[in-house]
Design a protein around this ligand. Structure first.
Ligand code: AHR
Length: 340
């Protein structure tokens, strides 16, 4: 009987692999080399029973997040999983509550995008004790004990920050005067805010003329991006560059820049991250000068990983998403085909 159950799961997993390979994903992705085998495997669900996945989402703060949620929901449906979905409204305590509910409900696998990096050990330990594997998607945790999760699927945020910084450093390599930069950070304590800041700083530090004169959180939202940019413009008359950790904050800031009678993309050079449709539209209009892509379509890779842990297969500890960059000219060319 036990052998039959396992066989059923393995057949389902193989079908899923074939399905994923046949459908593909519009965004190109790659896997990084294994550093650690998965520490947790789920007990196989009973034969004929759907795999239950509990997914604790960050919130609905940006166009990126909306695309990510849709990707997870659509892929779970295609994979035939029973998806339990919760929206934490950007609050860690809500995510912890949701994860505890999934543990009580004895789901097969839990996945989540941690709002912030720290403070997850206790709840992750509870999931481990309940023998429920956890998959991190999009954002990392800073837990020392990496056996608390099976894998982390998502972007390399440091690399994204570096791409932004490198473009700026190249643009101003011959600068003879100071170039004042303001930075709109993502949610305080989140992996993308920490890493995009660090990667950018690393690339511009070689040029003493590139000066970050103000850096504040805009919480990844358009409203906050606008509000903080208004304050930056009031406090500093000589802003040359805005580096926004996502498109939504850049779009909010563009409203503030235009309201101040300035031309975004000309009077102030704008760099952002994500490359969602609204951001790419602004880039194609010349209002954003450079966008670093962050791919939200993580659903197919997540469902594959869920199948693998349920089937007891070893899984890559880190699955990195491949991403590109877009200038205004590039954005014009690809905008019509942009899915999200
Ligand atoms: O974690 C990914 C980031 O979260 C995206 O860049 C941002 O738009 C989102 O809110």
């Amino acid at each position: 009987m036990k052998v039959t159950k396992k066989m059923g799961v393995l057949v389902a997993a193989s079908c899923m692999m074939l399905f994923a390979a046949a459908c593909g994903n519009s965004a190109s992705t790659s896997t990084a080399p294994t550093t650690n085998a998965a520490a947790t495997t789920a007990p196989a669900p009973a034969a004929g029973k759907k795999i239950t996945l509990g997914f604790a989402q960050v919130g609905a703060e940006s166009g990126w997040r909306t695309a990510n949620t849709k990707s997870v929901q659509d892929s779970a449906k295609e994979a035939g999983f029973d998806l339990k979905f919760s929206d934490a409204q950007q609050k860690q305590e809500n995510q912890i509550k949701a994860i505890r509910t999934y543990i009580q409900q004895k789901v097969d696998v839990i996945a989540f995008s941690p709002v912030v990096e720290s403070g997850w050990d206790t709840v992750l330990k509870e999931a481990k004790d309940a023998k429920i594997p956890v998959i991190l998607t999009d954002r990392a945790v800073d837990s020392k004990d990496t056996s608390l999760y099976a894998t982390f699927i998502g972007s390399d945020f440091v690399e994204e920050g570096k791409k932004a910084g490198k473009w700026l450093a190249d643009k101003y390599k011959d600068a003879k005067e100071d170039v004042n930069i303001v930075e709109l950070q993502g949610t305080t304590g989140s992996a993308p805010a920490n890493d995009r800041k660090a990667g950018f700083a690393e690339e511009i530090k070689g040029n003493p003329h590139l000066k970050v004169i103000a850096s504040q959180t805009g919480d990844f939202t358009r409203a906050k991006g606008k509000e903080v940019m208004q304050a930056f413009l009031k406090a500093h008359k000589d802003i040359k560059v805005l580096y926004a950790h996502n498109d939504d904050m850049a779009l909010g800031a563009i409203q503030a820049i235009e309201a101040a009678g300035l031309k975004p993309g000309q009077d102030i050079t704008i760099i952002s991250v994500d490359a969602v449709k609204d951001g790419m539209t602004a880039a194609s209009e010349g209002k954003i000068n450079f966008i670093v892509e962050c791919n939200p379509l993580l659903g197919p890779q997540l469902m594959q990983a869920v199948n693998d842990v349920v089937a007891g297969k070893s899984i890559e500890k880190r699955i990195v998403t491949k991403e590109g960059v877009f200038t205004s000219e590039d954005a014009k060319k690809v905008l019509a085909d942009r899915q999200y």
